[in-house]
Design a protein around this ligand. Structure first.
Ligand SMILES: Cc1ncc(C[n+]2csc(CCOP(=O)(O)OP(=O)(O)O)c2C)c(N)n1
Ligand SMILES: CC(=O)[C@@H](O)[C@H](O)COP(=O)(O)O
Ligand SMILES: [Mg+2]
Length: 641
């Protein structure tokens, strides 16, 4: 059969195809996923698992009018391939190319830029209620949510609200037994039980129909039948949880049976009220057919991404060690040395490279699922008992726990340590995943110490400090390979910076691992411009080393603060605030960091270069500042007119 997928310009083009042709398109989609993702690590297994579901949805609904939200959005590739973006698919997750998540700028079929799990039911509910109020009640609303995302607290907030309101909303639970790692928690076992039940379709409605058809038999028979119904539901087990929240439960159904999915979705489309359809899929489904590698087909890939060697690998990040490796090794060591140390992850055991910790200390390792708010409050509870919990988490995902950081940790002054992985720009995952806001949001609370290693040598002493300090500590580090700067490493002391190089013409004051590039820039400026630029490893943003930093501000003609975080309220702002309270002039201070806008997906090096946060950028900043200073001094020398 000749290729069909390249001719699919919109989902409407699917309508004219036979079942055999549709099956062919599904295979073409899988082949396309394997082809592109063999050259570029991206989300693979989750996309393979939703091919038929995506096609069925787009054949039953018209999402140019109806509303479709894919929870998290990492499984959006089949949706993009059949909504007119096949020709650009090679560009996915590259600078200027398609985003690896939904993107309304690309297509009317994408409604929200997402990347954080758990929000689909809320937004789909809002879309439906809004459309109704706007007089567009003919627009249907559908959310597709994975079993990993399902456990996020916000999902139950939405189910409760939509179920209570009786909104016409279809929630499709895409159950593939996996988060990134195997799923955890009681809901996981509940869903496993649901898998064992027969197809169950909203018996409540069926039984009520029987009731209505009977001649009036008074309340007694009704309540007896109601009890029978509840007994049946209890027996079925399937979906009771959702039924009790006001959603009629249908399922479980095979998520790879395209004809049956289309039939079922057509039936459900005409029904009223909140409905939850439980769909069973296989993460990584069909990859063997696509890559002709039988091994991977029968061992459902537990990983999200494919490496360049066309094999399912873990979240592959090149051969060299990353800061994540150094931190997870330190966590392991600290847990070995101190039985009071525990570690919590929010479904990112693999991303945080905690597998060895999980194996060595199963009683002190906690994967709470995609439940970041709970993770922080859980850690606070442990800290209250005298434990030393580490919340090991991506900076961007910790944003979900803002209020627990405030109330359960800072306000109680409890010793919870936050190891903030993926702080700074993260490359192809783009704006939903950059960890660029943690400096401001961590330093605003009393009682939290905010620090960042300048290089690998700082990691272990900082971890040790963080786990012995009486209060909460946040340590941020980026998604990049380790670097060790040759020097006599000064001991890590709270609120103390480390002067690495002195200079006369200016100074870089660096918070974080851009320290290496600042040193290389200073070396280049010495060689090419004859400038003597000092470099300070700030190490702490809060408390700031006022003595060292304010002395540099007083003595240096040019001062450059450097951080891989937003400038709004970041480290540079902390320095300006300190200068202001000390009554110092700050005109000669230049803050280098992430501008007040969202940074598009690209390679991390491209993103840093674009923001001037690399060697070239640092040299350019110094040269521009110097030119400005000499202009001003020339203008001062001009004879009075
Ligand atoms: C708030 C938040 N925490 C963590 C993640 C990281 N993450 C991305 S996908 C994923 C697993 C999602 O599992 P599931 O919802 O079952 O979707 P599947 O990949 O199985 O289709 C996780 C934990 C995230 N995107 N958002
Ligand atoms: C979709 C999601 O949030 C995760 O899969 C994330 O993309 C992982 O990022 P890393 O590759 O940095 O672990
Ligand atoms: Mg899943």
């Amino acid at each position: 059969m000749s290729p069909i997928l390249p001719n699919i310009q919109s989902p409407a083009d699917l309508q004219r195809l036979s079942d055999a042709e549709l099956a062919h398109v599904a295979q073409e989609i899988r082949d396309e996923l394997v082809r592109v993702l063999s050259i570029r690590p991206a989300h693979f297994a989750s996309n393979l698992g939703v091919v038929e579901l995506c096609m069925a949805l787009h054949m039953v609904y018209d999402f140019s009018k109806d509303r479709l939200i894919w929870d998290t959005g990492h499984q959006i590739y089949p949706h993009k391939l059949i909504t007119g973006r096949h020709a650009q698919f090679d560009s996915i997750r590259t600078k200027g190319g398609l985003m690896g998540y939904p993107n309304p700028v690309e297509s009317e079929y994408d409604l929200f830029v997402t990347g954080h799990a758990g929000c689909s039911v809320s937004t789909a509910h809002g879309l439906k209620v809004g459309d109704d109020l706007m007089g567009q009640s003919d627009r249907k609303s559908v959310a597709v949510i994975g079993d990993g995302a399902l456990v996020s607290g916000i999902v139950f907030e939405a189910l409760n609200n939509a179920g209570g309101m009786g909104t016409d909303l279809l929630v499709i639970l895409n159950d593939n037994k996996m988060s990134i790692c195997p799923r955890t928690g009681s809901l996981a076992s509940y869903l496993d039980q649901c898998r064992m039940t027969n197809f169950y379709q909203g018996s409540k409605r069926t039984i009520n129909k029987i009731l209505e058809s009977l001649p009036v038999v008074g309340g007694l028979a009704q309540s007896a039948l109601e009890q029978l119904r509840d007994g049946l539901k209890a027996y079925f087990k399937g979906g009771m949880l959702f039924e009790e929240m006001g959603f009629r439960y249908f399922g479980p159904v095979d998520g790879h049976d395209l004809p049956n999915l289309r039939k079922l979705l057509r039936d459900l489309k005409s029904q009223k009220g909140p409905i939850l359809l439980h769909v069973l899929t296989e993460k990584g489904h069909g990859v063997a057919q696509a890559s002709a590698d039988p091994v991977t087909y029968h061992t459902p890939p537990v990983f999200e991404k494919i490496g360049p060697e066309r094999t399912i690998v873990s979240l592959k990040r090149g051969g060299s060690k990353a800061y994540t490796d150094a931190v997870s090794a330190c966590i392991h060591q600290q847990m070995q040395d101190n039985p009071r140390v525990a570690v919590l992850t929010a479904a990112m055991c693999q991303g945080n490279k905690l597998e060895k910790v999980r194996e060595s200390f199963p009683d002190r390792f906690f994967d709470v699922g995609i439940c970041e708010s709970h993770a922080v409050a859980f850690a606070a509870g442990m800290a209250k008992t005298g434990m030393r919990p580490i919340v090991d988490i991506y900076s961007t995902f910790l944003q979900r726990s803002f209020d627990q950081i405030f109330q359960e940790v800072a306000l109680q002054n409890l010793p919870v340590m936050f190891t903030l992985d993926r702080s700074g720009v993260v490359g192809p995952d783009g704006p939903t995943h950059h960890g660029v806001f943690d400096i401001p949001y961590m330093r605003m609370f009393p009682n939290i110490t905010v620090m960042a290693p300048g290089d690998e040598a700082d990691v272990a002493p900082m971890m040790k400090f963080g786990l012995t300090h009486p209060g909460s500590v946040s340590m941020r580090y980026p998604k990049t390979n380790l670097e060790t700067i040759q020097r006599t490493v000064a001991p890590v002391e709270v609120g103390k910076a480390e002067v690495i190089e002195s200079g006369e013409d200016g100074v870089f004051i660096v918070f974080g691992t851009l320290l290496g590039d600042a040193l290389r820039a200073a070396e280049r400026l010495r060689q090419e411009d004859g400038l003597s630029i000092g470099v300070i490893n700030a190490r702490f943003c809060k408390p700031l080393d006022r003595e060292t930093i304010l002395r540099a501000v007083r003595e240096m003609p040019m001062v450059f603060t450097v951080e891989e975080g937003t400038l709004e309220g970041g480290f540079g702002s902390a320095v300006l605030e300190a200068c202001n309270s000390a009554g110092l002039n700050t005109q000669h201070i230049v803050r280098l960091g992430i501008p007040d806008r969202f940074i598009d997906h690209a390679e991390r090096a491209e993103q840093l270069a674009e923001m001037g946060l690399d060697v070239n950028g640092f040299c350019r900043a110094v040269r521009q500042a110097r030119a400005k200073v000499s202009q001003e001094s020339e203008s001062l020398d001009l004879p009075v007119a």
